[in-house]
Design a binder for this molecule. Structure first.
Ligand SMILES: NC(=O)c1ccc[n+]([C@@H]2O[C@H](COP(=O)([O-])OP(=O)(O)OC[C@H]3O[C@@H](n4cnc5c(N)ncnc54)[C@H](OP(=O)(O)O)[C@@H]3O)[C@@H](O)[C@H]2O)c1
Length: 197
């Protein structure tokens, strides 16, 4: 068990790698989970901060916060694989869509969604502040608080608590809207800021 550490499954990918590097730069101990740790070690070799690499199953067994940053279509199989190895009381943070955990496959794990709307290429520019809001929802206060705390470590990213996990659908619609805005206006950096809050 690594106290305070965050595992990012898919941390070698587009969205996961920027997030992993930003969290590590902010002083979080990051464990990059991968199907191929050897390849992941090569990917992460030049990253600064406390960054470990492990196979996905080993990564989740060592931490209390697990970010799922893999393609949506691969989530179910990954949950089947690593779910039983997650620690009781851990929080899973989903970047994709709401996960459904089949009964009995996982210990008591809480679920939150965060980092769904911030674009990967902005996350990747680790030295630039993100300068936007990020929406967080979850199935419990504890899950939301854990995700909001992770958002808060990234400079100039404000977490906005939008309530229950069912709001994940609305957040995903905003991601689709940002993509449409980018296309229509020939931009790449559309993202969100809530006013009046
Ligand atoms: N790109 C964006 O701007 C953006 C913005 C918001 C949300 N998202 C969401 O972030 C998630 C990841 O997107 P991405 O563009 O970062 O994806 P990606 O680069 O295609 O893949 C991320 C990582 O997932 C792992 N992976 C791939 N196939 C897998 C499989 N079959 N089983 C388990 N792991 C697998 C790979 O890591 P290993 O090979 O090391 O295992 C890969 O590096 C998506 O669900 C997307 O909807 C993306």
């Amino acid at each position: 068990m690594i106290p305070g550490a965050v595992a990012i499954l898919g941390g070698t990918g587009q969205q996961g790698s920027g997030l992993a590097r930003r969290l590590a730069a902010a002083g979080i101990h990051v464990v990059v989970g991968s199907r191929n740790p050897e390849r992941a070690r090569a990917v992460t070799a030049a990253w600064s901060g406390a960054v470990d690499v492990a196979a996905n199953g080993a990564a989740v067994a060592d931490v209390d916060t697990v970010v799922f940053a893999v393609p949506f279509g691969t989530i179910d199989a990954l949950i089947d694989d690593v779910g039983p190895r997650m620690r009781s009381g851990a929080v899973a943070i989903d970047l994709t869509v709401p996960l459904t955990f089949a009964g009995g496959k996982m210990p008591a794990v809480a679920l939150a969604c965060a980092f769904k709307t911030v674009p990967a290429h902005l996350l990747d520019r680790v030295d630039e502040p993100l300068d936007c809001d990020e929406f967080v929802c979850g199935d419990s206060d504890a899950a939301r608080e854990r995700a909001l705390a992770l958002v808060a470590v990234l400079p100039q990213l404000r977490g906005v608590d939008v309530g229950p996990l069912s709001r994940a659908r609305a957040i995903e619609q905003l991601t689709a809207l940002a993509v449409a805005i980018n296309r229509r206006h020939k931009r790449h950096d559309a993202r969100f800021r809530v006013v009046g809050l």
